[in-house]
Write a protein that binds this ligand. Structure first.
Ligand code: NDP
Length: 290
C-alpha cells in the first residue's frame, strides 16, 4: 500500500550514519499503516560534523513528531535534550527523541527491547544469583547493563577488546550492582568454563558480517543461554547458529530491534495496543522475500 503524503503528513524517522541498511523504515511504516496515521518514517543519514545543526533544523519543523537515534549519535544527542527519561539519564545514551511543545525529550528504548527479548524469547525474568558474561563495552553494552540491573543480576563479567573502555563502563555501573571483573578476549573461553554463565550477551559488532566470536561451544555449560544483540538480513547470526547446533537456547537481535522500535512508536503516538509479534513476523517475511 502506498503512503498518501499530503500537507498534513507528520514525520518520524531514524538519524544515524550510515542508515541506508536500517530495517526501521520497513517495520515503522508498517506500524504507521496499521494504525491508519498520516505519518511517514524516513531515514536521515547525517554528516557527523553537522549533527548539531541537523537537530536544530529538524526541531524547527512543525510536522516533526520524533526520531530514532542510532550509531554514532546516541551519546552526541544528549546535550540537545531538554529532558531525559530515567533509563536515558542512567545509561547516558538516547535512542529515541520526542519533539513536544518546543522541547526535545530523550528516551532509551533499547533497555525495553533487551528485557522483552530475554523474557519472551529466553524465558528470563530474573537473574538473581546467576552469573552473566557481557561481551562488548559500547553503547549497546550500556543498555544491556541497565537491563541486567533491572533483572537483579548480581555477578556480571565484562569482556571487551579495549580493556580501558570496559573499565569505564564498570565504573559507570558498579554503584548499581556487582560487576565482578573486566577481562580481555583471550580469556573468554577460560572465563566461560570457570563461571558457567546462565546468560551470555554479545553486544559487540562481531557477527554483523558473518564473523565468529572465539567461543568453544563444546566447553560451554549446557544451561547457558545466548543473546546476540547483532542481527543481519542473512538469517540468524553465526553465534546463534552455533548455539543452536550445540543444543543451547539462543536468540539474535531482530526481536529487540522490533521491540525497541515499537516502544519508540508508542512514545510518539500514545498507541500501546498493537501486537509486536505481528510486526516482527512482517519484518521477517520482508527480509526473507528480499
Ligand atoms: P559501539 O560502536 O558503541 O560498540 C562496539 C563494540 O564492539 C565495542 O565493544 C567494540 O570494542 C566491539 N568491537 C568492534 N569491532 C570489534 C572487533 N573486531 N573485535 C572485537 N571487538 C570489536 O556499537 P554499539 O554498542 O552501539 O552496537 C554494538 C552492536 O549491537 C551492533 O552490532 C549493533 O547492531 C547492535 N545493536 C543492536 C540493537 C538491536 O536492536 N538489536 C540495538 C543497538 C545495538 P572496543 O571497545 O574495543 O572498540
Amino acid at each position: 500500500m502506498k503512503a498518501n503524503l499530503n500537507a498534513e503528513t507528520k514525520i518520524v524517522g531514524v538519524a544515524g550514519n550510515p542508515v541506508q541498511h536500517s530495517l526501521s523504515p520497513i517495520f515503522q511504516n508498517y506500524i504507521i499503516r496499521k494504525n491508519k496515521l498520516n505519518w511517514v518514517y524516513l531515514p536521515f543519514c547525517v554528516d557527523v560534523e553537522n549533527f548539531g545543526s541537523f537537530i536544530v533544523g529538524i526541531k524547527a519543523l512543525d510536522n516533526i513528531v520524533g526520531l530514532n537515534i542510532t550509531v554514532p549519535f546516541k551519546e552526541a544527542v544528549l546535550p540537545h535534550c531538554d529532558e531525559l527519561s530515567d533509563e536515558a539519564a542512567q545509561i547516558k545514551a538516547v535512542n529515541t527523541l520526542l519533539f513536544k511543545q518546543g522541547k526535545i525529550i530523550g528516551y532509551n528504548t533499547d533497555v525495553s527491547g533487551i528485557l522483552a527479548t530475554l523474557k519472551d524469547k529466553l524465558a528470563i525474568s530474573s537473574l538473581k544469583g546467576k552469573n552473566v558474561v557481557l561481551i562488548g563495552a559500547g553503547g549497546a553494552a550500556k543498555a544491556a547493563l541497565y537491563a541486567l540491573y533491572k533483572l537483579n543480576s548480581e555477578n556480571v563479567y565484562i569482556i571487551n577488546r579495549s580493556l580501558e573502555r570496559a573499565a569505564i563502563l564498570k565504573r559507570q555501573f558498579e554503584t548499581n550492582f556487582k560487576i565482578v571483573n573486566v577481562e580481555s578476549f583471550k580469556d573468554l573461553d577460560r572465563l566461560l568454563l570457570d563461571v558457567k554463565p546462565y546468560l551470555v550477551i554479545n553486544s559487540t559488532t562481531i557477527g554483523l558480517k558473518g564473523e565468529k566470536l572465539p567461543i568453544d561451544f563444546r566447553k560451554l555449560w549446557k544451561k547457558t543461554k545466548i543473546f546476540d544483540m547483532v542481527y543481519n538480513v542473512a538469517g540468524t547470526t553465526p553465534l546463534v547458529k552455533e548455539a543452536h547446533k550445540s543444543g543451547l537456547k539462543g536468540v539474535d537481535g531482530l526481536y529487540m530491534l522490533v521491540f525497541q522500535g515499537a516502544k519508540s512508536f508508542s512514545l510518539w503516538s500514545g498507541v500501546q495496543d498493537f501486537i509486536v509479534t505481528d510486526v516482527f513476523n512482517y519484518l521477517k517475511k520482508k527480509i526473507k522475500n528480499g
